[in-house]
Write a new protein. Structure first.
Length: 155
């Protein structure tokens, strides 16, 4: 019974990833893997199934608040009209959210045509199972934890 569910889940993820990839980019790479570490709310380490290697993945279309007092965190505080401590707190909550959602779980990755960012993180969308359905992370992420929903006050 468990084996049939696992096979069904794996096939469902692969089919969803394939259809999604074909709809948006014919050259995107698709893989599955297990989340082994959560760096922050929008960056994870994934052990890829096919190669058994670990890739640091920056989740596309998610920009969570920072967890450290960096210049980027200060800019987020300014842009969102929030105290710096609130930015850091939301960043820590975003990391906790991502950890609870993905750590140790099998996910699907739809890799971007732009393979990596300036920090050498692989860029990908994340597909995961939520009960009986598959979800794409950017459509379900808690908006209160996302920095990209803030608009600069002077715009």
């Amino acid at each position: 019974m468990y084996n049939k569910k696992f096979i069904f889940l794996s096939l469902s993820i692969i089919i969803l990833l394939l259809l999604y990839s074909l709809a948006y980019s014919k050259s995107s790479r698709i893989e599955t893997g297990i989340v082994t570490n959560v760096i922050d709310g929008d960056t994870i380490d994934v052990k890829l199934t096919d190669t058994n290697t670990i890739e640091r993945v920056r989740i596309l279309y998610i920009d969570t608040f920072e967890i450290k007092r960096t210049n980027k965190a200060k800019a987020q505080a300014y842009d969102c009209n929030l105290p710096l401590e609130e930015v850091i707190s939301r960043g820590e909550k975003a990391k906790e959210y991502t950890t609870n959602l993905l750590l140790g779980k099998k996910i699907g990755l739809i890799f971007s045509d732009n393979k990596s960012d300036k920090y050498n993180r692989t860029l990908a969308r994340v597909v995961y199972r939520d009960g009986n359905k598959l979800e794409i992370l950017d459509e379900t992420y808690d908006k209160s934890l996302r920095a990209d929903v803030c608009v600069h006050v002077n715009q």
